[in-house]
Design a protein around this ligand. Sequence first.
Ligand code: FE2
Length: 289
Amino acid sequence: MEKRRDFLAFASITSLGLFLKNIPKAISKAIDACVATTRDVLGPFYIRNSPVRAAMAEETELGQALWVSGVVYNSACEPISGALVELWQASAVGVYDTSSNFKLRAQQTTGNDGAYRFTTVYPGSYDNRPSHIHYRVSVPSGTSLVTQLYFEGDPLIPTDPFAGVPSAKERIKPLDKSGSIWKVNFDVYLGIINAVQDAQESIGYLKVMGNNPFEEALELSWSVYESGHTELLIYNTLGVLIDTLWSGHMQADKKTTQWNAPMGTNAGTYFAKLINNNRTIAQLKLIKK
Ligand SMILES: [Fe+2]
């Protein structure tokens, strides 16, 4: 009996092996890689409506020429046709152009094969950050992913708060330096998780940790993706300010803050509001028991 069970186990492993061997390479690659691409910070330099073009860099742009290409896939690992792919980056010496010239900015819409390809220059380091290219990929249903591409071997990656985290690992790509034009490939997977990402989440977040309704104290986890004037405020239902948990300049960062309801605070409903650069990132209802 024991032997027969072993034999069946062996047989099923063998046939699974054969099955896996027979999967065409392209499909097995997609199965391996079909994990939703993680998001990254939008940063302060995004500008809508960049020119539709393949050449992000004009011929006069100084720097190492680079081709950036890839395919946009949906959560079923199928290429997405009609995905809008917007890229923006710093110049070879680490400067972002924010003029109406749209230097080193471009967008393309994918065809049936989901593919995109831009020609540009290798981005320099800006603000001591590793070289990176910003992406915003949107599909007609409104789903969008804001993320960044990094390059393998960049010594600034380990200490960078955005590139140095585990969720960025899949976005650090090898550079092919074999030709006079360097090449990098970055496939983008729009997973189910991205379907619930709205525009607001791309500028920060505010979450309640622990119990809500709460007894006396409540922990808030929050983050802003752009440096600038930031406020985390507590209001009552009449819109009267009850407490200021943060007011002032903040670097793009994440924090955990405890709200200890001041003595004599009545039971009832309150609101925590996170504002960054005059935009409300989130407003949460808090209920004190
Ligand atoms: Fe950037």
